[in-house]
Design a protein. Structure first.
Length: 156
């Protein structure tokens, strides 16, 4: 279940809200790949921490300890918010990596095309002064036939 960006601030501290807010669209498009990788690490840490707290709150509720009402739900929502922010950052990083890969492929194709065109336009040397008109017959090394052709096949 997605959580609206405006309601995220209810569940987060100011610092966490800034980190998560930087993963929403207008701010996310301005971040470079290194900044996204750094945010991914921070969001993973926050998500893991929120997940651990949510698990502890669920255990407290099951054991019957006096718990704050909706504490488990609050911790679970925080985990969802961090997971969604991490997912947005990861998708943007994947988009940036794909764009870089496409650019590398295009550069390689342009380089290959330039090499091909240079090869087609290369000056080739002429055939030289020893070019011949064509093939020459080689004399046969077999012995000449002793029987004339008009006598072949006749009965003797």
């Amino acid at each position: 279940m997605t959580i609206a960006a405006a309601s995220e601030s209810r569940f987060l501290s100011h610092e966490e809200s800034e980190i998560v807010g930087s993963t929403h669209y207008p701010a996310l498009a301005d971040v470079d790949a290194d900044g996204l990788r750094e945010r991914q690490g921070r969001l993973r840490d926050l998500r893991d921490q929120a997940s651990e707290i949510a698990r502890l709150k669920r255990r407290e509720a099951v054991r019957g300890a006096p718990a704050i009402p909706d504490a488990a739900v609050h911790a679970a929502r925080r985990k969802q918010i961090f997971s969604q922010a991490l997912k947005r950052a990861s998708r943007q990083l994947e988009r940036l990596d794909d764009a870089a890969a496409r650019a590398r492929t295009a550069r390689g194709a342009q380089k290959a095309l330039a090499l091909k065109r240079r090869e087609e336009a290369a000056e080739r040397p002429g055939p030289g002064r020893h070019a011949r008109a064509g093939m020459r017959a080689n004399p046969s090394l077999r012995r000449a036939m002793g029987v004339p052709g008009d006598k072949v096949g006749g009965v003797s």
